[in-house]
Design a binder for this molecule. Structure first.
Ligand SMILES: Cn1cc(CCO)c2c3c(c(-c4ccccc4Cl)cc21)C(=O)NC3=O
Length: 289
């Protein structure tokens, strides 16, 4: 009989949770430890192709980025029968894109306390990525995953010292999909989703790449706040990059609105760093702004 692949021998495939040009993602149980994992299987890229570079960047990034409560955890990666396989932490709450869509269908959207929680948690993840000398370059709702309980796969990570009493609502946001990650110092930029792309990156100015992640996070939070779907190009694409905030179905407190405005500033040096965001009084737990 055909030798079982490592994927088939080590894992029980429960369901397909995502399909894209990248490949497919499955919710799996590892037979040995009984824990749930998210496993992406993609066609092995042609040796020496750009896709091979992307696949390798993803694994290198996970290897460099140890463990952080707000970055999806990596467990293993291997190649077999013409496929690349990566085994990550399974987040049981779907993606932020799913959550925004579900609320939108009920005419609902994230309220200020939830928006501050989201922005603070993802800022902590970005601070960790940026402090490791890397940039994500594809921050957007479909790449932010939700865990409803302490990490639903192998034992959850102890929260880093930054997290005081941990998240209020029990929702934990984690940055995932490191396929576009590159080094801040010697960047080989593979542009992410154009809807979230900062103008300076389109112009191939890579001198402030970490601030491109901040720009994308600003648009991500606005979508959670109920902003209409983002343009991929055209006049509206440009007006969002000239300091114009999109219309929202809710009035945000001025300090919070101003913070989002600075995150979208056309000048990347004006945008706050992830580190500044983590200690920004608008985002701290006590009622600040
Ligand atoms: C489509 N999709 C749905 C989910 C589950 C959300 O409740 C998901 C996950 C991941 C990924 C993923 C993204 C990029 C690379 C590798 C993986 Cl496993 C994709 C996922 C991942 O790394 N962890 C996930 O939970």
């Amino acid at each position: 009989s055909r030798m079982l692949s490592r994927y088939e021998s080590e894992f029980l495939e429960l369901s397909c949770i995502g399909v894209g040009e990248f490949g497919s993602v499955y919710r799996c149980v590892k037979r040995l430890d009984g824990c749930m994992y998210a496993i992406k299987r993609s066609r092995r890229p042609i040796a020496g192709s750009a896709n091979e570079q992307l696949a390798l960047k993803e694994v290198y990034a996970h290897a460099v980025l140890g463990h952080h409560p707000h970055v999806v955890r990596y467990y293993s990666a291997w190649a077999e029968d013409d496929h690349m396989i990566i085994q990550n932490e399974y987040c049981d709450g779907g993606s932020l894109h799913d959550a925004i869509t579900e609320k939108g269908e009920q005419g609902e959207y994230f309220r200020v306390p939830e928006l501050r929680d989201l922005l603070l948690q993802v800022s902590m993840g970005l601070k960790y990525i940026h402090s490791s000398g890397l940039v994500h370059l594809d921050i957007k709702p479909s790449n932010i995953f939700i865990c409803h309980r302490p990490s639903s796969s192998a034992g959850g990570e102890g929260e880093s010292e930054e997290e005081d009493e941990g998240p209020s609502s029990g929702v934990v946001y984690k940055i995932g999909d490191l396929g576009h990650v590159t080094s801040i110092s010697s960047p080989q930029v593979e542009e992410g989703d154009s809807r979230f792309l900062a103008y300076e990156v389109l112009r191939e100015d890579y001198t402030h790449l970490a601030k491109a992640d901040i720009f994308a996070l600003g648009l991500t939070v606005l979508l959670a706040a109920g902003a209409p779907p983002l343009p991929q190009n055209g006049d509206n694409w440009h007006s969002l990059r000239q300091g114009e905030l999109p219309s929202l179905p809710q009035e945000l407190p001025a300090p919070f609105r101003d913070l989002l405005k600075t995150m979208l500033d056309p000048d990347p040096t004006t945008r706050p760093s992830a580190s500044v965001l983590c200690r920004h009084d608008v985002l701290r737990k006590e009622r600040a702004g």
